[in-house]
Design a binder for this molecule. Structure first.
Ligand code: OGA
Ligand code: MN
Length: 291
């Protein structure tokens, strides 16, 4: 990838990288660049990619172990590596605002980190845009790393030793009922609230919609702390809204980033993106026996 150009996207995180063609044939050096860019920028966007599912899975494998998509796995035990984001089915047909799947996806409009509810949460998500609306449907990003750096000293000290329970059923049942088999496959999990990137020592906190409570704290004190931390991370000036262009491949670091979808008129527009994820390396503690 000679002739790479890197342009920052936002204060404290985000980069747009041009002159790079993502593929499963990338060499060690190019991969090292991408890994370093993930550690440094937390969010990298490669516009104009000639992508396919095969290529995307190959790129995903270059970055680590692909993560099985949890909805299908929870319901049927089948392992697939892709999630389809938006309102266009694999057969190309579009559904509208009233469709169950469109409503289910409104859960993604809450700030979250993908798979934070898993025993081993995701390292990165890779999302490629095939079809995008002319209006709406941006994905917003915010950094829990820059937010952690900006915390007042006393709050930093307070949260340093804490753990946090992430729970998919807690967060999703606020938007739509969760299939019982799916729910049983995802017991709550305990993670450290403050985490560190092993490559550069930079710290962040780890919250989002799946963050349910702080063990040892009352429900209401937990909620106040988690809401306060979320509000600090997602102040309007701290948010980058990615307005998708068809052909964009975006990779973000779920270890330290929050993101959320924004609305669009599914009756009017087609929106189709394909997502894969890479499994992380940091393991939490499962709080249930269903495995
Ligand atoms: C995701 C996600 C939101 C959106 O792909 O993980 O949360 O619809 N997407 O942009
Ligand atoms: Mn997501």
């Amino acid at each position: 990838m000679t002739g790479l150009a890197i342009e920052p996207l936002h204060d404290g995180f985000g980069a747009r990288i041009t002159g790079a063609a993502l593929s499963g044939d990338m060499t060690g050096k190019d991969l090292a660049h991408i890994r370093e860019a993930i550690d440094t920028y937390s969010l990298i966007c490669f516009p104009g990619q000639d992508m396919s599912d095969g290529k995307q899975l190959a790129v995903t494998r270059l970055l680590g172990t692909p993560e099985p998509e949890h909805v299908t796995f929870g319901k049927t035990g089948e392992i697939i590596y892709f999630g389809t984001v938006g309102n266009v089915g694999d057969d190309g047909s579009k559904v509208g605002n009233a469709a169950t799947n469109t409503r289910y996806q409104t859960g993604n409009q809450l700030w979250h980190s993908d798979s934070s509810f898993r025993e081993v949460p995701s390292f990165v998500s890779i999302l490629h845009a095939y079809e995008v609306p002319d209006e709406g449907g941006a994905t917003e990003f915010a950094s829990m790393r820059t937010a952690h750096q900006a915390l007042p000293e006393d709050l930093r000290a307070t949260i340093e030793p804490l753990h946090v329970i992430h729970d998919y059923v807690f967060s999703r049942s606020q938007v739509a009922p969760v299939d019982p088999n799916h729910a049983a496959s995802l017991p709550p999990v305990l993670h450290r609230l403050v985490r560190e990137n092993p490559a550069n020592g930079l710290t962040n906190y780890y919250i989002g919609s799946h963050a349910r409570s702080i063990p040892g704290w009352s429900g209401i004190d937990s909620r106040r702390l988690l809401d306060d931390l979320l509000e600090r991370a997602t102040r309007p000036e701290a948010v980058y809204a990615h307005r998708w262009g068809a052909g964009d491949t975006v990779i973000w670091d779920n270890r330290c980033m929050l993101h959320r979808g924004t609305t669009y008129d599914a009756d009017r527009w087609r929106r189709r993106l394909r997502q894969t994820r890479v499994i992380g390396t940091e393991k939490g503690v499962l709080l249930g026996a269903n495995r």
